[in-house]
Write a protein that binds this ligand. Structure first.
Ligand code: CO8
Length: 261
């Protein structure tokens, strides 16, 4: 069985255009060894070219989303070996995926596991999940966005606390500080994430992708540049058939039928 399982709509009975990407190393609490990261990158690259899929649910199992980088694999590595792994390219394949990714987190999302979750666009988390950046406790620091994406998500003071103490926080607290989009009872995490993905796949696909792009690009730009980008994208959507369909459906009091055109 592969360390990452892709459940593609073409293999299912439903007509949902959702891919489910599931990390599958239960014996190591889904720790992210090189093989898992290579598989994740391969799958996200493949999905980038896949018009059938409109949203992704990224998940693990009930015990762990992912308990971090594989410490057994990293313990004796040298700087030069870490450099030559060029794992930034593997992470970038996930960051570059243009459609919405919803992370469904149960159990542990620690270190590289939380960094992976922060590559997604929406996080649905279980109340008792444990998330954090414990790298400092094993002599290192976050290396895949823990000091950067986390700070953008929760601000300096929470990011400092989480990274400097290495102490995990639970799902309720993660939601309270803005590290999750929604917190639900543990048993409802996957279902909630899937339902949210389904809602999004009913929206006009071009607008959805432009919204994701505007939010991510705008985060790293000045307000003026972000506003200019948003305005250009907004105006651009008036060239789509879905804009006309959406507005006329509203006026005619019927459900819109978006086609991604
Ligand atoms: N790496 C390798 N194996 C792991 C990891 C891990 N991160 N986490 C758990 N495992 C393994 C354990 O070794 C154990 O295996 P075995 O039965 O063969 O000994 C099995 O999973 C079950 O784990 P535990 O027995 O420890 O389970 P507990 O329920 O007692 O504890 C914890 C669960 C609290 C999650 C504990 O396992 C733990 O602290 N794990 C390590 C968490 C951690 O420090 N993560 C950060 C790693 S560093 C990092 O992510 C750096 C990121 C930098 C860049 C990104 C690269 C991907």
């Amino acid at each position: 069985m592969s360390v990452v399982i892709l459940d593609h709509p073409r293999e299912r009975e439903d007509n949902d255009r959702i891919a489910i990407v599931r990390i599958n190393r239960p014996d190591a609490l889904n720790a992210l060894n090189l093989e898992v990261r290579q598989e994740l990158a391969r799958i996200f690259r493949e999905l980038t070219e896949d018009d059938e899929v409109l949203a992704v649910v990224l998940t693990g199992d009930e015990k762990a989303f992912a308990a971090g980088a594989d410490l057994k694999d990293m313990a004796d590595r040298t700087t030069v070996e870490m450099f030559h792994r060029k794992t930034e390219r593997l992470w970038q394949a996930i960051a570059d995926y243009p459609k919405p990714v919803i992370a469904a987190i149960n159990g542990y999302a620690l270190g590289g596991g939380l960094e992976l979750a922060m590559h997604s666009d929406i996080i649905v988390i279980g109340e008792t999940a444990q998330v954090g950046q414990p790298e400092v406790r094993v002599g290192i620091m976050p290396g895949a966005g823990g000091t950067q994406r986390l700070t953008r998500a929760v601000g300096k003071f929470q990011a400092m606390r989480i990274c400097l103490t290495g102490r995990p926080i639970d799902g309720r607290e993660a939601f309270a500080i803005g590290l999750a989009s929604q917190v639900v009872p543990d048993t409802e995490v996957y279902e909630t994430a899937y339902k949210m993905a389904k809602d999004i796949t009913r929206m006009p696909p071009i607008a959805v992708q432009q919204i994701k792009s505007a939010i991510l690009k705008g985060q790293d730009a000045s307000l003026e540049t972000g506003m200019a980008l948003e305005r250009a994208m907004f105006q651009g959507l008036f060239a789509t058939a879905d804009q006309s369909e959406g507005m006329h459906a509203f006026i005619e009091k019927r459900r819109p039928d978006f086609k991604g055109e």
